[in-house]
Design a protein around this ligand. Structure first.
Ligand code: PGA
Length: 253
């Protein structure tokens, strides 16, 4: 059985000192708990100091984004090698905020996925439909298009370093999460895509997470579903007790 994966996406929140305090508290709490793979994704400026705190602990570190080029004259960008250098074992790729606010395309996501795999960094690829797309009955088409674009050219072995986060755009930061049934439907579809049409090895596996307004109140129900291998948590990961409650639920489910 694979351990649940719970990732806290801190987005553009917390100064370095706050991020370090939070990381210290999480490291302490995790040392007293069994199981669950727990990861935090602080802003770039906090990655290095946080990495010094999580070193040797059970808390993993993720970048929220990185450049689709390896290195060079790309002012303002951060490379995958730089993420690895500061101790990131994971990277979020194609978060809907990157797609919607910064115009990231499936093609760029695909380049980043390949770069992450080359570095041995677990790529957490985010997919999800908007409210309008769901209303128009296009959800499955949208997910399929995103998955085929984002995962093009991946080998079956490389998916050991892959997680897919299903994050319906309408559920992100809105307080209205997908129901377990809605999430399970899409998770099943993603699983079928990966291990059916793409022919990836189910034995190697890739975890499929749910994200979008996950809270201590709804996580038990969501994470209790066999199809849901973990959670990508935004808002609720900024509060220590809320995030710990979600981690605890992931273990009980
Ligand atoms: P949320 O964010 O939990 O605040 O909805 C999730 C995400 O954006 O990954």
């Amino acid at each position: 059985m694979t351990l649940p994966l719970v990732i806290g996406n801190w987005k553009m929140n917390m100064l370095a000192s706050e991020a370090c305090d939070m990381a210290r508290s999480l490291v302490d709490r995790l040392s007293a708990t069994e199981g669950a793979e727990v990861v935090v994704a602080p802003p770039f400026t906090s990655l290095y100091p946080v990495s010094q705190i999580v070193k040797g602990s059970r808390l993993g570190l993720a970048g929220q984004n990185f450049c689709s080029e390896k290195k060079g004259a790309y002012t303002g960008e951060v490379s995958i090698e730089m993420l690895k250098d500061v101790g990131c074992g994971y990277a979020l790729i194609g978060h809907s905020e990157r797609r919607q606010l910064f115009g990231e395309t499936d093609e760029e996501v695909n380049k980043k996925v390949h770069l992450a795999m080359q570095m041995g960094i677990t790529a957490v690829v985010c997919v999800g439909e908007t409210q309008d797309q769901r209303k128009a009955g296009e959800t499955l088409n949208v997910i399929e298009t995103q998955l085929s674009g984002c995962l093009a050219g991946l080998s079956s072995e490389s998916i050991a370093h892959l997680a897919i986060a299903y994050e319906p755009v309408w559920a992100i930061g809105t307080g209205s999460n997908a129901t377990p049934d809605q999430a399970v439907e899409i998770h099943k579809f993603i699983r079928k895509f990966l291990f059916g049409s793409q022919g990836f090895s189910e034995e190697i596996g890739a975890r499929i997470l749910y994200g979008g307004s996950v809270t201590p109140e709804n996580c038990k129900e969501l994470l209790g579903e066999e199809e849901i291998d973990g959670a990508l948590v935004g808002g609720a990961s900024l509060n220590f007790e809320s995030f710990c409650a979600i981690i605890k639920s992931s273990l009980e489910s």
